[in-house]
Every structure is written in structure tokens, then in C-alpha cells.
Design a protein around this ligand. Sequence first.
Ligand code: ATP
Length: 347
Amino acid sequence: MKHTVVLIPGDGIGPEVADATRRILTTAGAEIAWIERYAGVAALDRGADTVLPEDTMHAILEHGVALKGPCTTPIGGGFSSINVALRKKLNLYGAVRPVRSLEGVRTRYDDVDLIVVRENTEGLYAGIENVITEGVITSLKVATEEACRRISRFGFEYARSRGRRRVTVFHKANIMKLSDGLFLRCAHEEHERNYSDLEYEEQIIDAGCMRIVQDPSRFDVILCENLYGDVISDLCAGLVGGLGVTPGANFGDEHAVFEAVHGSAPDIAGQDLANPLALLMSGVMMLRHLAETRSDEACTVVADRIRDAYNACLLRGERTRDLGGELGTRGFADAVCRELDRMPVPA
Ligand code: ATP
């Protein structure tokens, strides 16, 4: 069964890690027909008049699944985030960022296994900012009951479907009594009504952050609104080896876009320095999604093979520089492909 997937290389380190990921998926035997489309600076460079061209949107709408590299967001001015625009336009309201210790990557912790579930469409990411008068700015945090309930249900469902036991909601409802208060109330009510088989707890985000670094193993699924989810994801990435090893997925009811947590990393772009693992692991999440939604067991087999191959490489010390190794982006992809070639072909 061949699946059509839209590949958006992105910009910065995006094209390098996307190329490595595609090569590894192909070597592993993933039955995927790739449709390449562009977004961000890469789209402008190819003559598009917008950073999110219509044909890119159409391709995702038509095929339902995309694997996406990062797109640069200018700081303090310029165009708005393409990543955020894509999530809003496709209504990809649930972001999932699994954070797991990797056997071949030594960090302070060796038992991290948690999932950050982030609301993806509102909060301060609504991007509604106003100049009230010179030197006075307001930035509006949006919380709607519909989105708060939807992400709560999504988080509980995801937790349940993955055999997780506890959902912790991070909030700051002591200060943002109305907006975070609404988020908290919706999560609490959804839990009471439909998910009481799962353990449920609430943590004020500052204390929650402290507890994460003290003992990440006590967390299972962390549910939060948009901005908290963004920050917590990077914090948690730091527990297991950094942004080079933290994958992600954005889900809506109709579409799914898989992308690493990291940004376009302009400081290392084009130098064969980026770790492709985060996007590769996002690709593995995508294969598991295809297996589930299209009942294609072959995708699970390929996903497992890729996971085993990169773990074997990491354990042998074949790593990129962010993980203390010597390999470049291409070198690491070569190593994973060699490992896949050595592995027995499944019957
Ligand atoms: P954004 O605002 O788009 O989320 P960011 O500010 O979080 O971006 P990143 O682009 O994610 O920034 O990069 C943060 C740091 O992590 C940079 O120093 C970058 O070099 C490093 N980094 C990010 N991704 C990778 C990767 N795949 N491999 C190695 N280093 C990376």
C-alpha cells in the first residue's frame, strides 16, 4: 500500500534534515510517494508571492499528511510564523511532543518518558497585539471554551490510547484567573465526565517546571495551553539530549503534520551540522499514524526498523555533534542507512 505524503523541507537546516529523513525512510522500505511543496523563505526563493503558497495548502488538504521541516520566523518584525499559520489554517489543534531518554545518549536522567500535549491554535499565539500609546503595548491571550475542551479531550484520549496513566495540567490560573481558569475548568470537567480511569493532577507551571527538572520520571502526560507547551517542550527536550532528539506531531480532525520541535537553527544551517534525528523520529511518528489510521501494519514494521537502526547507531557512538559525536547530518544518515541494510529483512 503506497501512501502519499507531502514533504515540506522548510528553510535553515530544514532541507538538510528533510533530505536525510527521506533517504532513511526510503532505505527502510517505507512505501511512500513524496510530494514536495514549499513554505517560508524557501517558497519566496522559488518565486512564490506568499510564505504559505496555495499549492502547499492544497497538497496537505488533499493528502492529509505532511512531514515538515522548520520554517524561520523573523524576530521582532517581518512576516508572522508560518508554522503557526499552518496549524491555524488546518485546524491542527493538538500538538504532541514525546520526550524519551535514548539509551545511546547520556544525559543527567536516564528514565524520562513523557508526552507534552499542547493546545495549538490560541492563547498568546493568537498574535493579537496593539500599540495603545507610545511605549505601551498589549498582547491578547485568547481562551475559548470550545478549544479548551477540545484539547482536553484530545489529551485524555491520546493518553488513554497510548496506555498512559496520569495527565498533569500545567497552568497559571492563580494569576490568569479567567483564561487559565477556563482551561483548568474544562480539563477538570472533561476528566470527571469521561476520563476518570486516568489519574489527573494540576500544577502551577512555575512549580511544575521545578518538579520536572528535579524528577522528570514522575510525569507522564503534560497538558497545557499554547505558549506553556512551547516552552515546556524545549525544557523537556533538554532532559534527553536537546532539540536534536525531540520529535513532534500536530493533529487535527482531518489532517496531521509531523515536525520536529526545533526551529530552523540558522546558526548551523547549510553546514552539515544539524542532527536529523528529531525530524526522523517525527517521520517514525508519522509511520505509526499511517499504520493506525490506514490499517497498514507494514508501516509499524518500518517504524520499528528505523527506531532500532538509529538506536544501534547511537549506542555505537555514531552521533552528530550536538550529542557529543563527530558525524555530520549526512554522515549520521549514512550510518542509519548502513545499519538498516545490515538488518534482516522482515518476512
Ligand atoms: P524557533 O523560534 O523557530 O522555535 P528557536 O529559537 O527555538 O527557533 P532553534 O532553531 O530551534 O531555535 O535552535 C535553538 C538552538 O538549538 C540553536 O543553537 C540550534 O543550533 C540548536 N539546534 C536546533 N535544532 C538542532 C538540530 N536539529 N541539530 C543540532 N542543533 C540544533
